[in-house]
Design a binder for this molecule. Sequence first.
Ligand SMILES: O=C(CO)[C@@H](O)[C@H](O)COP(=O)(O)O
Length: 216
Amino acid sequence: MAKVAPSILSADFSNLKEEIISLEQSGADYIHIDVMDGHFVPNITFGPPVIKAIRPHTTLPFDVHLMIEHPDRYIEDFVNAGADLISVHAEACTHLHRTISLIKSYGKKAGVVLNPHTSIEFIKHILGDIDLVLIMSVNPGFGGQSFIPNTINKITELNKIRNEQGLNYIIEVDGGVNEETSKRCINAGTDLLVAGSFIFKSKNREQAIKVLKHDY
Ligand SMILES: O=C(CO)[C@@H](O)[C@H](O)COP(=O)(O)O
């Protein structure tokens, strides 16, 4: 069954501790943390101090999505703040293999994120080195956008390569994930669904997470 990583980009930032506790109690599998620098994406969110502050309030793994330029400079800070899985954008890394190796050198899981326009071809030579591929199904920077339908083709392609080559990377999808789009993502081979608006706008988070997993 697919797992769900609620994105705290849609949380009440004035009440993050309670938000994290509520997500864990509602059946979340990971906490997805969107770090934005105002350069790689037009928006700015939070960095290692906020992650460190929420770390004691859950045992769920932290899935940290770095939408930042020059991520190598900050990997150690995110590790020390409590990240379990760190994903970097292929588009932001000149030496992607080096960045992946750096994340893994701290004993953390390493993921690569692809913007909607970026082809799987771009990362095919490092698929055997990474723990996760995150397919952006919206242009990164903001919550509440609509799912871009043809990103499903990339999930299908990644799933095919994984099966053919006996690889183990997790396939994650992020952006515009709701009851309808999650079903298509799961059918295409997605293991991990990120959702912000769908969960935080719902009246019942536990039910919303079950709906995304199609576990009812
Ligand atoms: O990384 C991002 C946006 O850049 C996402 O994690 C969004 O936060 C998902 O939000 P929804 O589309 O589910 O509202």
